[in-house]
Design a protein around this ligand. Structure first.
Ligand SMILES: [Zn+2]
Length: 467
């Protein structure tokens, strides 16, 4: 009885302590739920550089950012005054004072330049006529848990210039936050956006005229086709930025693209873009559709850094190929040649190690080539287009609050009903192979026969085969 009473009083004390703890946690949460945001003021200078001023709600000893490779910030950012320095430690870069003191304001100057960060967004990319494309993600600090902090941006373009992002098009923007909740591209410069029913486009005046024509003709067809293939139109009308710092290299024909939620960015380099060759047109179409596919994939978020890129990059290549066939821009031979190129490149990449370890050994291309082979294998195993799988995958990722590699295998198993194929798939991704080409053949053999693709009516822009 006494024991029971003591127990009861202990339980009551614990309950009271629990209530106090809960109240404290609630008070702390309330405190945290409405903190002052970090204010970041971005001013475009006459020399097209941008000045980025951080005003912090309270003093800190370090402003920490997701790391960029090769001491990029240390080399490319100038910190106003001599008091500050960029340090690198592992997975983060930080701005600190040289004397180690706290601070609540720091100003950096970042100039647009042509150095590209591999597999990453360009912080400040040059556009024709003194414009710049600014990526907010590389300028948004992280908190102690590695999450980007709540930041409100203001943008002040150079005199006579304007600022464009999503539907916003203004002389200046204040208290701006990305409408998608994700980091975003912002254009500052003299160009006005061109809005069509499917897209808002900011196109560099340095881009060759045929590229602009191709873009205008291609995007409505592609967007309509992808809406059909994914069973949904995009929620936000996307903004596309196209820069063309072609440079002097006659033989160069480089297309670099970056997609983020609701936006993508294209950079064309090399003088070979000047003339509308079949090769240039083919690269432009395929790569632009690849980036457009990312807009539909974007609602499915990877659960973390460990989620492999081959899942979405390979699918974007495979769905781009399906789209080119569906639009009548490719025939079966072009589709087969594209897949053969992916097989050959994947086989060659696998000589250095597994697909799973490719990123760690600095190979970013394996995710595309081998991912494409995997997407094709899944399509064969299911007897359905790669876009069908992704339609279901996006829904699954939404249910699970993101996706990882296991989400992928589980859905393949569910949809194909073929455990043997899933085992072959897992082995293909993580088992070292003496002969990559043979492993690809085995994977495709486990998937079954190639799917018949219905050829739809040729698109009006089918002027050539554009391989
Ligand atoms: Zn991509």
């Amino acid at each position: 009885m006494r024991l029971k009473t003591r127990l009861a009083s202990t339980v009551i004390k614990a309950a009271i302590l629990g209530v106090i703890a809960a109240l404290l946690a609630f008070a702390l949460a309330m405190d945290r739920s409405a903190p002052e945001p970090l204010r970041i003021a971005v001013t475009q200078r006459a020399d097209a550089g941008v000045e980025v001023a951080f005003d912090l709600p309270r003093s800190v000893r370090a402003l920490s950012f997701e790391a960029l490779p090769g001491d990029y910030r240390g080399r490319q950012w100038r910190l106003a005054g001599d008091d500050f320095v960029v340090t690198q430690n592992g997975d983060s870069d930080a701005i600190v004072r040289r004397d180690g003191d706290g601070f609540n304001r720091v100003v950096i100057v970042a100039a647009p330049h042509d150095e590209r960060l591999e597999k990453n967004y360009q912080p400040v990319a040059p556009y024709g006529d003194g414009g710049v494309l600014f990526y907010t993600g590389h300028f948004t600090p992280r908190d102690g848990q590695g999450r980007r902090v709540d930041a409100a941006f203001s943008f002040r373009p150079a005199p006579g210039a304007n600022v464009v992002s999503f539907g916003a098009h203004a002389d200046a923007l204040d208290d701006w936050r990305s409408p998608t909740g994700q980091s975003a591209f912002i254009y500052m410069g003299p160009l006005a956006p061109a809005e069509t029913p499917s897209v808002i486009a900011v196109i560099d005046p340095d881009a060759p005229e045929w590229v602009r024509d191709e873009f205008d003709a291609l995007t409505p067809l592609v967007f309509a086709r992808l809406s059909q293939a994914f069973g949904a139109a995009l929620e936000v009308k996307p903004t596309v930025f196209l820069a063309a710092p072609l440079g002097e290299d006659e033989g160069r024909l480089r297309y670099a693209g970056d997609a983020t939620q609701g936006q993508f960015q294209i950079t064309l380099e090399g003088r070979a873009w000047t003339e509308p060759s079949d090769k240039a047109r083919g690269i432009f179409r395929r790569a632009t559709i690849h980036e457009a596919v990312h807009l539909w994939q974007a609602p499915a978020r990877p659960k973390g850094e460990a989620t492999p890129d081959w899942i979405h990059e390979g699918a974007a290549d495979a769905i781009a190929a399906e789209t080119l066939v569906a639009l009548g821009l490719w025939d079966e031979a072009a589709f087969a040649a594209d897949l053969a190129a992916a097989r050959a490149e994947c086989a060659q990449r696998l000589r250095a190690g597994t697909l799973k370890s490719a990123k760690a050994r600095g190979d970013v291309r394996a995710a595309y080539a081998c991912g494409h082979v995997i997407a094709e294998a899944v399509s064969r195993a299911e007897g359905a287009p790669a876009s069908d799988f992704w339609r279901a995958f996006i829904a699954r990722a939404a249910d699970e609050g993101g996706y990882d590699e296991a989400t992928f295998y589980d859905l393949v198993a569910e949809r194909s009903g073929d455990q043997g194929f899933v085992r072959a798939l897992r082995r293909f991704v993580s088992t070292p192979a003496a002969d990559g080409g043979r492993e690809i053949d085995r994977l495709l053999a486990a998937a079954g026969a190639p799917r018949k693709r219905p050829l739809l009516a040729p698109a009006p822009l089918a002027r050539d085969q554009g391989r």
